[in-house]
Design a binder for this molecule. Sequence first.
Ligand SMILES: [Zn+2]
Length: 213
Amino acid sequence: MKKVIIILDRAHGEGVAGKESLDGKFKEWQASQSTIEKLSKGLEKLGIPCAVTVEETTEPGFNERVKRANEAGDGYEVPVFISLHHNAHDRIFKARGSEIYVSRRTATKESKEIANIIAENLIKDFPEMPWRKEWPDRLEREANFAVLVGTDKVKPAYHGVLVEFGFMSNEEDLKLLKSKSFMKRYAESLLYAITQICAHFGAGNFTPEIRVK
Ligand SMILES: [Zn+2]
């Protein structure tokens, strides 16, 4: 059995209401797609097995996302599922910062370890982006997002986390999210975190000199 696979889950899809900045210029699904493309290239270069749950521009639905992720993870000891989102609040425009989620109650030990590695890197690499905690002593939050807990039809066979990187509804965060160099750094930080995740599960040692093109 092969060791680790990184399954990247894009946020939403074309035409899904409310998943963009107020000015309509920053679209969550496009930003997520762009980060996933950068990450996929980086992972390929490093020889880390990688899959994506959404190839089409539209929203495939939660059953389909979980099903595809389960299929991608089949045959791997540690299927790592990372869903990449950007947050929005339709009333509280002051809300800003980043979060990472694991499923409430049903989270695996591994998913919490994955969440912590990603959180530590994002906190270290982005002092300009506040980190939002649910508990003072834990970096990860919990929520029952469908891709983390599954649906009535299909349950995840992977260790899932969901990142909400910045608020599209907050002026300060949006300025950062609209910056190409900022988003490139974001992909670099995630890629580095993934190499640490692989090392954590004993799937190879990777050099720290990692660049995303
Ligand atoms: Zn989202």
